[in-house]
Design a protein around this ligand. Sequence first.
Ligand SMILES: [Fe+2]
Length: 188
Amino acid sequence: MARNLITLITRDHRELEKMFGPLGRAPEKRERLVREVAARFVAHGNAAEEYLYPVAEHEAGETDGVRGCAAEHHKAEEILERLSATDCGSPLFDDRLHELVDVVRRHVRQEEDEILPALAKAVSTERLEELGAAFDRMRQEEVRRILSAGKAPLTRDELYEQAEKMGIEGRSHMNREELAESLQRRKG
Ligand SMILES: [Fe+2]
């Protein structure tokens, strides 16, 4: 049961939702958490596009639901990209975080209320376990790939360290975006 596609996707959703609370409450952890949420969510979406959506569409007749879910996934990815580039202490960060939470909630509701029940009816337990194993493997590989590819932006501390090495003046008064900009200018 542990590797059933439905239980794995549902568990993934609960884990993502659990990260939203600290993201709103603990500003000092935001940079690390945004990076982690982004990696997990993109990995979840990529694995769903490979192992959930095609099966839900072709074997459970969930064409419209799948389209809606995939669209919400892409919208959430765009917001996450913008959130990663937003200064953690700014009010804009909170606005974008709310926007993200809304989109993810809609996505979760649609997937869990519509797509997964349809899939449970249409597909055998054995097949759900096979799909689950493949989904889980891809999801874990994707998280590793995304985090190690540096696709997630550097934190302020990491940028500060680079600025220190390059002797950028005024670095201690700069926020994350200003540090990134100065480094970019210096690197030419
Ligand atoms: Fe999902």
